[in-house]
Design a protein around this ligand. Structure first.
Ligand code: GAR
Length: 190
């Protein structure tokens, strides 16, 4: 008998390349998740077009007021019986009370080797500091920014001729590699 897949929501704010990648993964036999819902704060997020094309339900939440927006999101997540949230380029910080309601069930992908370079502009900062390596991290979301338990990381070598654009591209490729593996790891060992 096929195992029941975990209903997952992906939160995005932009391009959605991680969304695309996770969707592709979710269609494979070995995937423990099914993507049931896409949440965004940005009506121009390209990922919405992808969701529509692929018949994934998506919804835009205007963030005029964070707690209003989060309450609406939570209501919808509960209605849809979502059991896992994957942040994938979601550029809003979730409140403590939101995180508490999904404790241990929110993953984030961050474009650096945490705990190095929390926050924004990670590639620029790594290049400016003349780091030899950068990378990406999948971690559980805790109430402190980019600080929850690390599930998986992948190093990327920074070459002399790399700039923040080439580095971003190289790191993104590795993000796509590790996010599905991190999901499987979390769900097989919660
Ligand atoms: C990814 O590089 C992700 O790691 C980063 O935004 C990008 C989204 O790309 N997330 C953060 O910086 C969160 N702090 P995508 O929309 O193509 O998946």
């Amino acid at each position: 008998m096929a195992l029941k897949k975990i209903k997952t929501a992906i939160f995005i704010s932009g391009t959605g390349s991680n969304l695309k990648n996770l969707f592709k993964f979710s269609l494979t036999k070995k995937s423990p998740i099914i993507i049931s819902f896409v949440v965004t704060n940005n009506e121009d997020a390209k990922g919405i077009i992808f969701s529509k094309k692929n018949n994934i339900e998506s919804k835009i939440y205007k963030y005029f007021n964070k707690s209003n927006a989060e309450n609406k999101i939570l209501k919808d997540l509960n209605k849809k019986k979502i059991d896992l949230i994957c942040l994938a380029g979601f550029m809003k910080i979730l409140s403590k009370s939101f995180i508490k309601k999904f404790k241990g069930k929110i993953l984030n992908i961050h474009p650096s080797l945490l705990p190095k370079y929390k926050g924004l502009n990670t590639h620029k900062r790594a290049i400016e500091n003349k780091d030899k390596f950068s990378g990406c991290t999948v971690h559980l979301v805790s109430s402190k920014l980019d600080s929850g338990k690390i599930i998986l990381q992948k190093k990327v070598k920074i070459n002399k001729n790399d700039n923040h654009i080439t580095l971003k591209k190289k790191v993104l490729k590795q993000e796509h590699f590790i996010y599905p593996i991190a999901i499987k790891k979390l769900l097989s060992n919660p």
